[in-house]
Design a protein around this ligand. Structure first.
Ligand SMILES: [Zn+2]
Length: 427
């Protein structure tokens, strides 16, 4: 048994306790609760272990307020010898609990090798595994060359603007050589990146009139119906045929996709307390929000033009049709090359620890890699961590203790390889 392996096995109870403590701090987002508390907890632990900790509040970021400040932590271990910088980044926020739980979502119950709770797999278990991996490596190599960094960041679940994006804009990744984001992608798989995103709002216009004489008005809902019909007949079938060479999982996400997130037409919703009847009116406006996920082979400008062309076609066919389209959000696809140093190092470590070849995947949705790529200008970044992706955001979310230990071993071997230049030992 190699010494790093022993070092990590000996930390089993500590890893369990750390994961439980993190789950028990309910860092719900929205609105963004207890961010300072979780950063303080981690800073106390890491400072005691000889790490230098910096707390950074994302002043002015979306959602940041005196009531819900956006706190981030960066911890650094730097013995002062030249070398590479390896950075582990984990988001500390979790999504709402939702219905259907049989376990206490913030109880962090340990049962048959699994720890249950909101954020167990996405991604407090991964963050805990990365911390223990780094601590085990430092215990064996206190004077290692280069630098190790661990960041615990806010708001990944709501776009990362008060977290990784904020840090990247302030140069936090300028000196970083390698990034591992321990999101729950399975301990034997390397996630190279994600598809692109374009959200837009489309509004059709009409003219209000009495509902008993709709011919005196012009229905924005019927105009939107024509748009949706065009999407059904032409756009959706076309998108299904467009396939990527990216190894996206699940299989269906290898095609371009479009979701219609919402539709609102006519009178505003009168709310649950209202007991009267609605008024008979022709709808003078109708809005939809679309969520288009695009492939690395597609061009964002072309993706937008395709939708505009569809709207123009409807306009040519309907004399009174007018519309507006407004961009809400966009993310360019990101994919790290398989030959990148962090990918090769992680693949070799997975093979040593698990005895099988690493799988390569690309995420259907985005995560904080987008900010490290676009703002931080760093391509040498992957997501790698323990846990079952399908459990994320679900009731009775859990993380497996053995999966955390195995992925911690992988991450410790990656540190050994990238900092010490040691090939991962067998065993
Ligand atoms: Zn996550």
């Amino acid at each position: 048994m190699d010494s790093l392996r022993l070092e990590i096995e000996n930390r089993r109870d500590d890893l369990i306790r750390l994961t439980q403590d993190l789950i028990r701090i309910p860092t719900l987002n929205p609105p963004g609760r207890h961010y300072r508390e979780i950063c303080d907890y981690l800073a106390a632990r890491l400072t005691a272990g000889g790490w230098t900790c910096e707390m950074i509040r994302a002043h002015g970021a979306p959602g940041d307020s005196e009531e819900f400040p956006r706190w981030n932590l960066i911890a650094r271990h730097d013995p002062g010898r030249p070398g590479e910088c390896v950075h582990f980044n984990g988001h500390h926020d979790v999504v709402e609990v939702g219905h259907g739980w049989r376990r206490d979502p913030f109880g962090a119950e340990l049962d048959q090798g699994r720890i249950y709770g909101r954020g167990a797999c996405d991604m407090k278990g991964g963050l805990a595994a990365a911390i223990v991996a780094a601590e085990a490596f430092v215990a064996r190599h206190p004077d290692h060359p280069g630098r190790i960094e661990i960041s615990a960041t806010a708001d990944e679940e709501s776009g990362g603007f008060g977290g990784v994006a904020f840090l990247a804009e302030r140069g936090a990744f300028a000196h970083v050589g390698h990034v591992i984001i321990p999101e729950p992608l399975h301990k034997d798989r390397i996630c190279l990146g994600h598809r692109g995103v374009w959200w837009a709002e489309i509004e059709t216009h009409g003219r209000i009139a009495h509902g008993s004489m709709p011919f005196l008005g012009d229905s924005a809902i019927r105009h939107m119906g024509a748009v949706l019909d065009e999407m059904e007949r032409r756009l959706f079938p076309l998108l299904r045929t467009r396939r990527t060479d990216m190894p996206v999982i699940p299989e269906g996400a290898k095609s371009s996709t479009l979701n219609i997130n919402s539709i609102h037409g006519g009178e505003p919703d009168l709310g649950p307390g209202f007991t009267g009847l609605p008024a008979p009116c022709v709808a003078d406006r109708c809005r939809i929000v679309i969520d288009r996920r695009f492939l690395i082979e597609e061009d964002l400008a072309e993706v937008k033009r395709e939708v505009t062309a569809l709207l123009e076609k409807v306009r040519a066919e309907r004399p009174t049709f007018t519309y507006e389209i407004r961009d809400l959000f966009e993310v360019i696809p990101s994919m790290t090359e398989r030959g990148a140093p962090v990918v090769r190092s992680t693949a070799a470590a997975i093979e040593r620890v698990l005895g099988r070849e690493a799988g390569y995947v690309v995420s259907p949705g985005t995560y904080d890699q987008k900010h490290i790529d676009r703002i931080g200008k760093l391509k040498n970044c992957i997501a790698y961590g323990p846990g079952v992706l399908d459990l994320a955001h679900q009731p009775d979310e859990w993380i497996g203790v053995q999966d955390m230990l195995d992925s911690a071993r992988v991450m410790a071997l990656v540190l050994d390889d990238l900092l010490n230049g040691a090939p991962p030992p067998r065993g």
